[in-house]
Design a protein around this ligand. Sequence first.
Ligand code: MN
Ligand code: MN
Length: 475
Amino acid sequence: MPGKSKKSELEKLGDKLLFKKESCWEGIEDAENKEIFELSAEYKKFLDCSKTEREAINTIEKAAEEHGFVNIENATKEDRKLFMSYDGVCGALVYVNDPESFEEGFLMNGAHIDVPRIDLKGYPLYESEDMAYMKTHYYGGIKKYQWVTRPLAMHGVIICQDGRKVEINIGEHEDDPVFTINDLLPHLSQDQNKKSATTVIEGEQLNILVGSIPFKFKSEKNSIKLSILNELYEKYGIVEEDFVSAEIHLVPAGKARDIGFDRSFVGGHGQDDRICSYLGMRAIFDVEKAETSKNMMMVFFDKEEIGSMGNSGANSNLIERMVNDIINLYGKGDYNRLIKALENSKFLSSDVNAGIDPEWKSVMEPMNSAKMGYGVCLTKFTGSRGKSGSNEAHAEFVAEVRNAFNKDGVKWQTTELGKVDQGGGGTIAYHLARYGMDVVDCGTALLSMHSPFEVASKADIYHTYKAYMAYYKYL
Ligand code: MN
Ligand code: MN
């Protein structure tokens, strides 16, 4: 046929043997394009109302109720869709197909809802040079210089001496005030400019500006601080000591946004790992479409960014308590049933990976690092210096997972976190693997990970959701 060249033998061999990476945008239909953008629009709403782990759990609980999930505390043996939360900061969604077969294990997906941010100290408020500030301690791995000179919102809770819980949310409404951390002007930065990036802003310099008007307009010692405390007392009924029993976080103020002329990216804070949390939630809401007979869970962990420690982190017996509570709802639990249920479970450790940024290519190995817009990341191992600290998934389990993805036309890519010996990182994976279950890492690639404005591709978001559905469907 004129104009259509026949494939050479080598090209045919390539079609048969080569592992092809292809952009998710390549050749898609209008209908799929629409689905991609609709999913991201919903995802952005989730980010906007889930700026702390407590807010995320509340958002998940509300959405779960709308999808017919029942809080396990009010559930009966007849219920099949459960919501559970622990300490208001972590939790799970459960889809029970068969209460008789818990020992056969659950298909579990898990992500973390805590994110890198800045927290108030327990005794934060002071005044200096006739201005009032609050002291902070950052949470998780941040580049401190990224957090100065930007509007910050304050979210969190204060538990007063009498047990009253005060919720704080300041800086998201356009009429709200915001807070900020100042930086030195360039005109006087000769000395600062010589410092390394880790010290150009020191941890103890991350103090937020909170006011400057003295009580009754009369300057005396502590009159600005007292004026602010008075305002907080009148508004919230709190006193200075109450900050000791509080969780107050500073996060970038404002909503998640589309990025680019073509709006192909989502930009926003906290996408590591609320992106996998949201998509995992969506997948278990839609799991009826998967027509599977398995019991399924979507788990939302806290404390991942500080090493998964604490009773709401993956390095606790949280997953045991969750599965035990599920078993006990439908009958009498015993240790043997619990251990068997955990051992026979499968776990998708859903967390973000680093996408290749053309400005920082040198830290990436292009064949095995994530390309933006090339689909969900399947990560056999994480860790650093020879996979140290990683749960390396068994080949058999990776085969099952990729097989499921391929069956459903999920665009996926095999990924590592950057070049060998460049650095590295871990996830919750190995904390779950200790129960004997198979675990593999899987999630969405980000640019500017851990920054106040992380970037994800809408096509990758869509294929991450599709991947979680395929996992429930075919494993
Ligand atoms: Mn993460
Ligand atoms: Mn992280």
